[in-house]
Design a protein around this ligand. Structure first.
Ligand SMILES: Cc1ncc(COP(=O)(O)O)c(C=O)c1O
Length: 518
């Protein structure tokens, strides 16, 4: 039977992928991979089993290996094996969580897991609820559209022209994930009406400036309706100051959403000992996005949007109640199954019951697994940051931390020696360091033994001599872009000190090889 054989082939792949010396990434151009995968072949008649296992093995051989601790590339890592069982189960069941009767177990699990997460986020147990979405971006889109329609209910039928004079406007920090901008674009708010609030040097939104910008918007006849704060920014892993932002949102009566796609598990599961700034102000935020497929190891995709005031808010804002699917008039309905038709609270129709795989993980490992996993990630991040700070400069270059890690991302430079001796630091230095980081990173990745990434962010410095924070305005801040740096997210539980040493050694080795003639 195909399914039984699949288990063997896939287990073999996982075992192989976890070995120390396994290739993580094959740095081959698309045209070579296209040939290896035989993508021109669409047979008239089926090719049969042995050819299919050959295809599956080829796909595995050309895939990026996320099962290895050397995969330090993005904000997700190896999926947990029990998560993969859940993923497989979803495929086998093929249940659709748009209406209760098409996915009874999946629906009940989704509502229970979402309610539990929402309670951990401090939402009142009577109303705490949520839904899964295929990714944090979709969760953010749904909450922005919900907040928009709650504030301007007439949009639902009359469209945006009905509120043109109100000029709706959205606020988020300049380090927020681009999904907030895309959500505003999709919601018809427009990119020009997304205000990007500057951050401090560690990447946290500046609440004094947020307040100023909100006031400016109101004074200019705009209507602020949505503030997004980020818990765990995509690059620096910073957490915006939620208490201060909540005060401001109360004052201006705007929806406060927290995009905790990356960092909110730290607030929900690890207590405040490891990351004290990752704390959700009790009951003061309207909604939260959390992605168990990032820090918690659920297989892609597994993301929740959690709502403080229940799912009816989403139903009201986004639902249409199409009678051919959502049978609110079912004469034999004797229970609450109608309110469990989750699809109508979304912009979509068919949905995977993704919560099932996270629920199986939670049952199998228990909450303590999440706590241990997060604490390990945090310890590894602090250890890597220490190693960067303490590692002596050598013949190849000098290590510099971008900022103290606030959560589980470590950002740093390795400044090549030739750049250090070539003169004073300034725009040329920044440009050269930017290029060097990107080339070094590519070279490390081409080795196939590690896969890591680089990034850059904008920061702001004050051009005024006044220290009075009340005088702070966007006008006396100057934006500058940091040269690209290495960004290492530590979310794989198999990462050890050996992995961290390998990261630093590989960067030094790549630098030496690249610049041996300089
Ligand atoms: C802070 C933050 N929000 C949202 C997202 C988007 O999540 P997804 O890739 O699941 O759509 C990311 C992705 O990295 C993120 O870092």
């Amino acid at each position: 039977m195909l399914l039984a054989e699949a288990s063997e082939v896939l287990s073999e792949y996982v075992q192989h992928s976890q070995q120390q010396d396994t290739t993580i990434f094959r740095d081959k151009p698309p045209e070579i991979l296209r040939q290896e995968l035989d993508l021109s072949l669409f047979p008239e008649h089926g090719v049969g089993k042995s050819e299919i296992w050959h295809d599956v093995r080829t796909i595995c051989a050309t895939a990026t290996n996320t099962w290895n601790s050397g995969f330090l590339y993005k904000l997700y890592a190896a999926p947990t094996p029990i998560g993969v069982v859940g993923e497989t189960l979803l495929g086998v069941l093929n249940n659709n969580a748009h209406v209760f009767h098409a996915s009874p177990a999946g629906t009940l699990i989704e509502t229970a897991v979402a309610a539990k997460l929402a309670q951990l986020a401090g939402f009142p147990s009577q109303t705490a609820a949520g839904l899964t979405f295929p990714g944090g971006s979709y969760a953010n889109l749904h909450v922005l559209m919900t907040a928009r329609n709650e504030r301007f209910p007439e949009i639902k039928s009359a469209g945006l022209c009905a509120v043109a004079s109100a000029k709706p406007v959205v606020f988020t920090s300049c380090h927020a994930h681009y999904s907030i901008d895309k959500a505003a674009m999709a919601a018809g708010i427009g990119l020009d009406s997304v205000v990007h609030v500057p951050t401090d040097q560690s990447g946290c939104m500046d609440p004094v400036i947020l307040r100023r910008m909100l006031q400016d918007a109101v004074d200019n006849g705009q209507t602020p309706f949505f503030v997004n704060a980020t818990m765990g920014t995509t690059v620096l892993g910073a957490c915006d100051p939620l208490d201060a932002i909540a005060d401001i949102c109360d004052e201006f009566k705007v929806w406060l959403h927290v995009d905790g796609s990356w960092g909110s598990p730290l607030a929900l599961f690890s207590g405040d000992t490891m990351t004290p700034t990752f704390k959700i102000p009790q009951g003061r935020i309207n909604s939260l996005t959390i992605n168990p497929h990032k820090l918690l190891g659920a297989p892609l995709q597994c993301s929740f949007l959690l709502m403080r005031d229940g799912l009816n808010v989403m139903r009201r804002a986004l639902g249409l109640g199409a009678g051919y699917l959502f049978h609110a008039d079912n004469p034999d309905a004797t229970d609450d199954s109608g309110s469990l038709d989750l699809g109508d609270a979304t912009l979509g129709c068919g949905r995977r019951p993704d919560a099932v795989k996270f629920w199986l993980m939670w049952r199998y490992y228990g909450t303590q697994y999440f706590v241990d996993r997060l604490n390990h990630a945090r310890r590894m991040a602090l250890q890597l940051a220490d190693m960067v700070v303490q590692r002596d400069p050598n013949a190849y270059g000098q290590w510099r931390l971008v900022s103290k890690p606030q959560s589980t991302c470590v950002c740093f430079w390795f400044v090549p020696q030739w750049l250090l001796v070539s003169g004073r630091e300034g725009p040329d230095f920044d440009e050269s360091l930017d290029l060097a980081t990107r080339k070094i990173c590519n070279r490390v990745n081409a080795s196939g033994q590690l896969l890591m990434d680089y990034a850059s962010v904008d920061l702001f410095k004050s051009c005024s001599s006044s220290d009075d924070s009340c005088q702070k305005t966007i006008d006396n801040l100057v934006k500058y872009t940091l040269p690209a740096f290495f960004r290492i997210p530590l979310n794989n539980p198999d990462v050890t000190k050996t992995t961290l040493v390998a990261v630093l050694n590989s960067i030094e080795k790549a630098t030496r090889e690249l610049y041996k003639d300089k």
